[in-house]
Write a protein that binds this ligand. Structure first.
Ligand SMILES: [Fe+2]
Length: 430
């Protein structure tokens, strides 16, 4: 019987009675977009069987005449589309190189970043402490979509604690990839940073490495602008006229040095990167916040947060960073534009530490706005929940996420609450 079935197989395939699909690989994750720059994009996906992946792509309205085949069979696929034109929409298809049966999905597209330094408007969605599968997580996502309307985010930055509880692969699958769905991942490039929960599997469960580094490709070679970091732990890139820096507040990257050690490789790189940065807007994002009081963490008593303020904040001020976005504290908090406040909250003097706009002369006197957006899934606050005195606005009752809109001379921020309202808005003008 089996013998006859095998002999019949080619005939059945030719006559279409057996679909090749049944022998083909099945996509079990993605495709998803990483490291999209003004000239390249990385498309990743996972299949249930080890196959050689195939990616084809074309600019909108053109023929699908660009393709790359993988050389090695794997269930994890990662192909970089290169030599692209900035600010252009491309459609893509994935397949196994063997059966070449392309995925057909109108949501499979990406838009390359605008030309570096151009004045194109840019929308960024910043989300922190999200992947817990909670109703709040879904609500924050839906609320962002409803406020964003037709202008979906161009780039999606992750503020860490991306997948609870321990940042394992199956937690990323269930609490991240499946929550935001295939379509959104297919057209929204992710630029992540890690949080303590993304490290938990290694630190507490003895895992040899963390899933975060296997799952995401970051622009660490300077391919999107910025100084190459040569490590996936931290990196920078330009998106139009915005320079984005993803720092790692979790890892002791070398000899016990952290992001709060100004002689660490990370901060040495950061200084060089910011020194060379010519973008109008500079945004730094990392998991741990230098200023927080109303949430699940307290910047006055936690050693790592004290060290961030004392050591990292002066570096960020020196290079005129505009905005620092963090998570970790499971609330929303936004400070006034700050300058020169490195100590505990009882040393905060509004006259001295709030920078006034516009400040003529020194660029560094413009001040930095610090935002905690750590309630994209988690929502809780400590027993007191007293806001830091540098706080201009906070909300520790409901979850939310941050939409940032950049144009030539204006940065507008909106905190979109899980209930679908704009709970806070602010702007910075230059
Ligand atoms: Fe955290």
């Amino acid at each position: 019987m089996i013998f006859y079935a095998i002999r019949l197989l080619p005939i059945l395939i030719i006559t279409g009675l057996v679909h090749l699909e049944s022998f083909a690989q099945r996509i079990t994750r993605g495709p998803y977009l990483n490291a999209v720059t003004d000239r390249s994009a990385v498309i990743r996906w996972r299949t249930d069987k080890a196959v050689k992946g195939l990616l084809v792509w074309s600019a909108e309205g053109m023929r699908f005449d660009k393709k790359i085949k993988e050389k090695i069979r794997s269930t994890e696929h990662e192909i970089k589309a290169d030599d692209l034109v900035s600010g252009t929409k491309y459609y893509y298809r994935t397949a196994s190189a063997r059966d070449r049966r392309l995925t057909v999905d109108s949501a499979q597209f990406f838009r390359t970043a605008p030309l570096r330094g151009s004045q194109e408007p840019v929308r960024i969605w910043a989300l922190g402490d999200f992947g817990n599968g909670s109703k709040n997580q879904y609500d924050c996502y839906r609320a962002m979509l409803s406020i964003a309307g037709d202008h979906l985010p161009d780039a999606w930055i992750w503020l860490g604690d991306n997948a609870y509880d321990a940042g394992r692969d199956d937690e990323y699958q269930k609490n991240v990839f499946e929550v935001y769905g295939r379509s959104f991942f297919q057209y929204t490039p992710v630029y992540p940073s890690p949080g303590n929960h993304d490290y938990k599997d290694k630190r507490e469960n003895g895992a040899s490495e963390i899933a975060y580094y296997k799952l995401f490709t970051v622009p660490k070679q300077g391919e999107g602008g910025g100084v190459p970091s040569e490590t996936s732990a931290y990196y920078s890139f330009d998106y139009g006229n915005v320079h984005l820096v993803s720092l790692n507040s979790e890892e002791e990257t070398e000899n016990g040095f952290t992001v709060s050690d100004t002689l660490s490789n990370q901060v040495t790189w950061l200084k060089k990167d910011l020194e060379e940065n010519r973008s109008t807007w500079t945004v730094v994002y990392l998991h741990r916040p230098p200023y927080t009081g109303a949430g699940s963490h307290n910047a006055d008593i936690e050693k790592d947060l004290i060290a961030l303020r004392k050591n990292l904040v002066p570096v960020l001020e020196r290079y005129s960073v505009d905005l620092v976005v963090a998570g970790h504290s499971h609330v929303y908090e936004r400070t006034y534009p700050l300058v020169g406040h490195y100590g505990p909250s009882n040393t905060f003097d509004p006259e001295k530490h709030i920078a006034r706009y516009p400040v003529s002369g020194s660029k560094s006197q413009r001040g930095i706005v610090y935002i905690v957006a750590g309630s994209g899934g988690q929502i809780d606050n400590n027993e007191k929940g007293i806001p830091h005195p540098a706080t201009a606005h906070y909300n520790n009752d409901i979850g939310g996420s941050l939409l940032l809109d950049f144009s030539a001379n204006r940065l507008g921020g909106r905190w979109v609450s899980a209930t679908g309202e704009v709970g806070d808005s602010f702007f910075i003008e230059k």
